[in-house]
Design a protein around this ligand. Sequence first.
Ligand SMILES: [Zn+2]
Length: 381
Amino acid sequence: MIRGSGLRIGRILGIPIYLHSTWVFIFAAITYIIASEFRQEHPLWTDTQHWAVGLLTSLLFFASVLFHELSHSVVAQHYKIRVVSITLFLFGGLARIEREPSKAIQEFNIAIAGPLASGLLAGGFLALTLLFPFSQTVGALATWLCRTNAALAVFNLLPGFPLDGGRIFRAIVWGVTKNFEKATRVAGASGKLIAYAMILLGAWGAFHGFVQDGLWTAFIGWFILNAAQESVAQVAIRETLAGLSAADVMSKEVPTAPGHITLEEYSTEVLRTGRRCHLVVSDDRLVGMMNIHTLNSVPRGEWAHNSVQAAMIQRDKILWTSPDEPLLKLLERLLSADVNQMPVVSGSGDGAPQIVGIVTRDSILRVMQTRSELGPLAATK
Ligand SMILES: [Zn+2]
């Protein structure tokens, strides 16, 4: 799950724009490639011209990518879907939206906006090439940008996830079959097919004299393959956890341990009951949480001399959840905080919070496994 990471460069339409850490490298590489092309095609220009026009072209290329992502975003915002961030990275850009569209037609329109925008830019630069001769700087710049934006539009229309064309394809299958999960699998499979085809084609090209283009094609294919697998896996997780909240999987039995016992005694209790996590109480008050992980962080030789209260996770450091927190969000929090369990606290009417259960990673994984084994029976859509 790619987050809005990297260097924040500004805000457009209320959307924060980020540069991914790979961007500086890619920007330098693309500028170099363009400048080298200009040097070959326009030997009469000065070296400063090659580099200056190369740099400007490169900047306008990334502006084009940003324009493409903004087009997706404007349509998403039209459907009241919040755009969390836009990140410019290795192969262009990524607009991260808060949720999947709720209707096939929305996904279709959001997806097609990008290639349309790139096509529009290609047309605009084509018009410039008609006004300025190729031998001049503006003409050369416009030619490169026309070609590249046209290529971006066409490439993005390939019907495989995670490309725009894959989303368009999914929207069509979704609209026809009314089955989002099935549509995602079909688009994901087609994304893999396209990826394998690109890798094979690239490898074939590399062995037949087109080394640079071949490797580049294979590399992009490999990238699409990974992204296709990841998108399908993510959707699968989202599907299996849809509609469930903490209350559905929590264990209502919350074992407690007194704070004054030694770690040695605590380990005996863990071995005897098989329970891996306890809330620690002292004088009937909750003071912290203890689990195997925390126990193991204390050297075994010191277990006899340390109390649970001295080693436990302090009460204010415990991460809590509420019974109605969606399971997908809860799982993300467990993973990002690298904890295995969270107590479930219900804020009862009189304001005094009450511990009603405990959710563990295991219990969530069990539900995912069971639901995926049940397959279509468990589909909630
Ligand atoms: Zn796009």
